[in-house]
Design a protein around this ligand. Structure first.
Ligand code: AMP
Length: 429
């Protein structure tokens, strides 16, 4: 239109999303529940910056990985430093551990974290450019029982959520003693195949394990008979893997052997695992992790073995949706936003109402009140919408009589309660 300037309307950037009430209540409840098994096992909260030196990820995760070569949010800051928004949590946590000398304290150092990660990926259902992970890392001890603990913490977390369609995939990726010989053997096998495109052939040279992860039926067919790493482990890696499986067996945790499971990051050694959910389509991995004994040295630290996982919040929420029905929602109960809603009619009543609200909140009840002059009808609508089970209605006349009307919002029943016994009565309700 002539004479008007069009205002730009903003939306969340592509591949990101907003979390807001009431869904955010569920979001927090799920995150809490996921982390409880780890907290009970002595994992302590840690927070590393959301951005780090770009080189930390390049050295830690490996330059040839998809994430480092294609997906990082990297920029030069005003001090001319190359900075990257963290694409994952492990490198930062290991950097933090080294910087604070955790290797000199009680080992294993057990840490957990939660927060956003950033990868420039093609957005789709269950895949975002900013996404939320919760993770654990156990550092400083190379003990297969610790691998089993870490795996169990994740499996128990999914169990606590009530998810039943999560499958644990497990393998060993060997170590620098046995992996190179296997890789050479695999490359030889792959070079003999009529692989369909240049990209895949390039992968044979750069990251041949990745080729095993190809999902195309024509490629899968060619891969039948490919050598698998678990058949070529050195004695140490074999013993480690056998022990991990024995512990998991003792713990009653089921898994599927996944000899072609490759993890996206270079730093994994020996134990590698992933949890997949069968109701999610293409983005089925709800979490994954493994042992990364060489990572610390790769980023200039002392020898500091480690094992950990990261779970993807968004996909876990999608998995809960996929398993939920109207009759049987799966997941933690979401605490009500409001138990008691207070409606004050008149200026004097309102003064009293704010005090009642404050007193009830001090008793740990979730309490809200009607703000703005909405009248009785509008305010009662607010009470219904709040989800409260009880409304308190306080008019100037009630105030004069020293009572409050207490209304059960389910049954509609209403009665007068003396002001002095109100708090006690509601707390005991
Ligand atoms: P990774 O760090 O790649 O091992 O990922 C660990 C978990 O994070 C995966 O199993 C997913 O659940 C989740 N995840 C990884 N990338 C994304 C993404 N782009 N969007 C949403 N979730 C993701």
């Amino acid at each position: 239109m002539a004479g008007t300037t069009e205002q730009q309307r903003f939306a969340a950037p592509k591949g990101t999303y907003d979390v807001l009430p009431p869904d955010s209540g569920r979001w927090l409840a799920v995150r809490e529940l996921l982390l409880w098994p780890a907290r009970r096992a002595g994992y302590g909260y840690t927070e590393a910056p959301i951005f780090e030196d770009t080189a930390l990820f390049q050295r830690g995760m490996g330059e040839a990985t998809e994430v480092v070569s294609k997906e990082m949010y990297t920029f030069t800051d005003k001090g001319d430093r190359s900075i990257t928004l963290r694409p994952e949590g492990t490198a930062g946590v290991v950097r933090l551990a080294i910087e604070h000398g955790l290797q000199n304290g009680q080992l294993p150092a057990k840490l957990w974290y939660a927060g956003p990660m950033f990868r420039y990926e093609r957005p789709q259902a269950g895949r975002y450019r900013q996404f939320q992970q919760v993770g654990v890392e156990a550092l400083g001890v190379d003990d297969p029982a610790l691998d089993a603990e870490v795996v169990a913490l994740g499996s128990r977390a999914f169990g606590a959520l009530g998810l039943s369609k999560v499958e644990l995939l497990l393998t060993s990726l060997g170590d620098p003693q046995c992996r190179p010989a296997y890789v050479a053997r695999l490359q030889e096998f792959l070079q003999g195949l009529p692989l369909p495109d240049e990209d895949t052939r390039r992968r044979v040279a750069l990251n041949p394990l990745r080729v095993l992860d190809d999902k195309r039926p024509e490629v899968l067919e060619m891969l039948v008979g490919a050598p698998v790493l678990t058949d070529h482990l050195c004695d140490d890696c074999r013993a480690h893997y056998d022990a991990v499986r024995e512990y998991l067996h003792e713990l009653g945790i089921a898994w599927k052997e996944a000899p072609t499971l490759v993890r996206g990051l270079d730093y994994y050694r020996r134990t590698a695992f992933e949890w997949q959910h069968s109701g999610l389509g293409a983005q089925s991995a709800v979490g994954g992790g493994g042992r990364y004994d060489g990572l610390s040295e790769a980023i200039g630290g002392p020898p500091l073995p480690g094992v950990g996982w990261a779970l993807g919040m968004e996909r876990i929420l999608l998995a809960l949706d996929a398993e939920s029905t109207d009759e049987r929602p799966v997941g933690p109960p979401v605490p009500p936003r409001c138990d008691v809603y207070v409606v004050a009619l008149g200026a004097a009543a309102k003064k009293k109402a704010v005090v009642i609200v404050d007193a009830l909140r001090a008793e740990r009840l979730n309490v809200d009140m009607s703000y703005g002059d909405r009248g009785l009808k509008g305010s009662m609508k607010g009470a219904d919408r709040s989800g409260a089970h009880t409304a308190l209605v306080l008019g100037d006349r009630d105030l004069a009589e020293g009572v409050v009307q207490v209304k059960d919002l389910k049954s509609g029943e209403q009665r007068s309660v003396p002001l002095e016994s109100l708090v006690e009565e509601l707390v005991h309700r």
